[in-house]
Write a protein that binds this ligand. Structure first.
Ligand code: 5GP
Ligand code: MN
Length: 340
């Protein structure tokens, strides 16, 4: 962070703090929020973590998870309460996103709030809405950025095992278990520090990765055997899931996470896409290898974004129309796919 001294002064006195992260939070989003929240509470702040939607069961082990206020689409009151926290906050931290559209119904309340805004993130094309920014596209995870910030302020002794576990979880998942090409020396250094501070790599991995329901495994089996398509001429794999199929397997929030990676694990595939109907919209996940920009495809054609090799987007048309649109734009990317 550039103006670290002013930031340090800002948080030197107890304040009413809101921490908000993106729609359908993943381990990096929730881990950075609860990790920062644990730290700020130790500094005497009154902290409320808000998520614009529900999140997967495999994240509820995170210490202090019960204190999170999740806005749910079934409850208007949960949105009203979230807006009230936002309006009363003196500082709002925006974690693991840098475009306000990613917080859904909370975007305008956060934009209009009088609180000082702090954005901490690692996604491409950040929007300018915060007075303080700790943004680094090279950082594999937002939790790593939170660790760096706490460390820069000379407060790493305040990181206990609970905070360390939340931060380690985001680092582990956003690097795909330290496998993706965003995994630098720094990620291992931070992971090593967090383990020294009490994060248990085996326990965190078990809680996140080995918490499957039988239904989720059956869904993965179904997708792999029936729904995975490969277009060798485009080095592309894609999968689609209708709302009925998701219902049939009793799919819960988070059950589709990671599915897209199976497509990319096929030898020769450079682009993998998962499209599924989450009723209010079609959600798309893009993963790519090397120089091919999944981000460009998500941003230009599906109103989304993310990282170069991992991006998401949405479509307001039907699943079938979304698939047709995807198939129709592939030729324009053929050269880039061939050369990637
Ligand atoms: P996923 O496919 O796992 O949902 O997301 C992949 C990456 O893209 C994540 O870093 C996620 O934060 C980002 N992402 C997902 N959906 C969107 C979206 O609709 N807009 C933007 N800007 N980023 C997204
Ligand atoms: Mn992240």
């Amino acid at each position: 962070m550039e103006n670290i001294q002013a930031f340090q002064t800002l948080i030197s006195q107890p304040k009413r703090v809101v921490i908000v992260t993106h729609f359908k939070p993943d381990a990096d989003a929730l881990g950075s929020s609860l990790g920062l929240s644990g730290y700020l509470k130790k500094k005497g702040h009154q902290v409320q973590v808000i998520t614009p939607s529900d999140y997967p069961d495999f994240l509820t082990w995170m210490p202090d998870n019960k204190s999170v206020h999740a806005v749910t689409k079934t409850s208007e009151a949960s949105l009203t309460a979230a807006i009230d926290y936002i309006n009363k906050a003196e500082i709002i931290f925006c974690l693991d996103f840098s475009s306000l559209s990613r917080i859904s119904d909370l975007a305008e309340p956060v934009r209009n709030a009088t609180a000082v805004k702090v954005m901490i993130d690692h996604h491409l094309e950040p929007e300018k809405f915060a007075q303080y920014e700790h943004w680094n596209v090279l950082s594999a995870s937002t939790t790593g950025l939170i660790y760096e910030l706490i460390d820069q302020m000379g407060d790493s002794s305040l990181i206990d095992a609970d905070i360390a576990s939340c931060l380690y979880a985001g680092l582990m998942t956003d690097t795909g278990g330290f496998r993706h090409n965003n995994t630098r020396h720094q990620e291992f250094m931070i992971a090593s520090e967090l383990v020294a501070m009490g994060a248990n790599p085996h326990k965190v991995a078990m809680q996140v990765y080995d918490a499957n329901s039988l239904e989720r495994l059956r869904l993965i089996g179904y997708v792999l055997s029936e729904k995975l398509n490969v277009l060798p001429e485009y080095h592309t794999a894609y999968m689609t899931l209708t709302a009925d199929e998701l219902k049939k397997f009793g799919a819960q929030t988070g059950d589709t996470e990671g599915l897209v990676n199976y497509g990319l694990s096929i030898k020769g595939v450079k682009l993998a896409v998962l499209m599924y109907d989450r009723k209010e919209e079609i959600k798309l996940s893009f993963r790519s290898l090397g120089e091919f920009s999944a981000n460009e495809m998500a941003r230009v054609h599906f109103g989304g974004g993310g990282h170069r090799n991992a991006s998401g987007g949405t479509s307001k048309t039907s699943l079938e129309e979304t698939l047709n649109k995807f198939l129709s734009i592939l030729p324009e990317f053929k050269e880039k796919l061939d050369n990637a």
